[in-house]
Design a protein around this ligand. Structure first.
Ligand code: COD
Ligand code: ZN
Ligand code: ZN
Length: 370
């Protein structure tokens, strides 16, 4: 058992507290990782607010982490102590029907219907002050040490800077893959990205790398525009600057609507606006954002009848264990720049400050260091 620090959420709506926790050794098929860095993602905030489906307290949040394998459980062969890894919120078991399908990435080892508050054997590896603490998405990266199933880590190049490539664990891969894999953006095409948080800006990067000639970035917070331009956006617009609906504005700007649109906010109105912003016939709209559990949106089926395609994406469509090492290489070869997405770096002891920055719209990504 290792005693170390972790940020524990005791109840919904309360700040995190830095506690000393006990981390049990990994059981069969599990690995214990010394966390080096972890990004703060909007989904961690959903959990803290009590809005994450099946999220249970007390819990150690965090799911955008990197670290070094400290020890391995029985039967683990994929990694050994000392290996650098990215922790994955979508595993790749390699055996299920979707892992065996080259087009798919939704590993059934963790279909989202089954809560991941505990390890696969339904027990926890964390205790604090005599109480059992829940895991989050099997990751719980806001701890100096965590335990995770072997199928949910990706082994990466020893040269990878862990304080940067942690973004590949969730935000960057999600937005970038939405453009590259899910939409399959073509050179010379037009794109619109709704929402310029860490994930939306990563979609902008994906559109740019894919060779889009026009990338329209949409956000109500104009402070995000400078960064969007730096990353490749050609036009930045705020819906608040127009009387008519933003989908009409985009349709006029592009004659018939964009080739590809991305919803990276998670509201009903922007989901409909993004769909209506892509052209009526060959337009493809990718939904990245998520509505509150159980919420529905009304849409006019005519939007689809004329030929539009409406798609979802999970972690950008990547089979993450295979993709993570390649994404790391692309980053090291400077195919894209993760550093521009990192606006703040804080020690884990200042985790609440990191959430305040996110809620105030002042950060893109904050990296916590351990
Ligand atoms: N119109 C335009 N822009 C808006 C509007 C609006 N009505 N409302 C908010 N925005 C802008 C905000 O100003 C902000 O800049 C941006 O939208 C949202 O950014 P963030 O920083 O809050 O969020 P991200 O980029 O970290 O995450 C966005 C998601 C949509 C991915 C996230 O909230 C979500 O729904 N996650 C679940 C789905 C998923 O796949 N997540 C990845 C794994 S966790
Ligand atoms: Zn996330
Ligand atoms: Zn699988």
């Amino acid at each position: 058992v290792i005693r170390c620090r972790a940020a524990v959420a005791w109840a919904a709506g309360k700040p995190l507290s830095i506690e000393e926790v006990e981390v049990a050794p990994p059981k069969a098929g599990e690995v214990r990782v010394k966390i080096v860095a972890s990004g703060i993602c909007r989904t961690d905030d959903h959990l803290l607010q009590g809005c994450f489906p099946h999220g249970e307290f007390p819990v150690i949040p965090g799911h955008e982490g990197t670290g070094i394998v400290e020890s391995i459980g029985e039967g683990v062969t994929y990694v050994k102590p000392g290996d650098k890894v990215i922790l994955l919120c979508l595993p790749q078991c390699g055996k299920c029907i979707f892992c065996l399908n080259p087009e798919a990435n939704y590993c059934l080892k963790t279909h989202f219907a089954s809560p991941q508050n505990l390890m696969p054997d339904k027990t926890s590896r964390f205790t604090c002050k005599g109480k059992q603490i829940n895991h989050f998405l099997w990751n719980s990266t806001f701890a100096e040490y965590t335990v995770i199933p072997e199928c949910a880590v990706a082994k990466i190049d020893a040269a990878a800077p862990l304080d940067k490539v942690c973004l590949l664990g969730c935000g960057f891969s999600t937005g970038y893959g939405a453009a590259i894999n899910t939409a399959k953006v073509k050179p010379g095409s037009t794109c619109a990205v709704f929402g310029l948080g860490g994930v939306g800006l990563s979609a902008v990067v994906g559109c740019k790398v894919a060779g889009a000639s026009r990338i329209i970035a949409v956000d109500i917070n104009k402070d995000k525009f400078a960064k969007a331009k730096e990353l490749g956006a050609t036009d930045c617009i705020s819906p608040r600057d127009f009387k008519k609906p933003i989908q009409e504005v985009i349709t006029e700007m592009t004659a018939h609507g964009v080739d590809y649109s991305f919803e990276v906010i998670g509201t009903a109105d922007t989901m409909i606006a993004a769909l209506a912003s892509c052209n009526a016939n060959t337009g493809i709209c990718v939904m990245v954002g998520e509505l509150d559990a159980g919420a529905l949106i009304p849409i006019d089926p005519m939007l689809l009848l004329t030929g539009r395609t409406w798609k979802g994406t999970l972690l950008g469509g990547w089979k993450m264990r295979d993709a993570a090492p390649k994404l790391v290489s692309s980053y090291l070869e400077k195919k894209f720049n993760l550093d521009l997405l990192i606006t703040h770096t804080l020690p884990i002891t200042k985790v609440n400050e990191g959430f305040d920055l996110l809620r105030a719209g002042k950060s893109i990504r904050t990296i916590l260091l351990f």
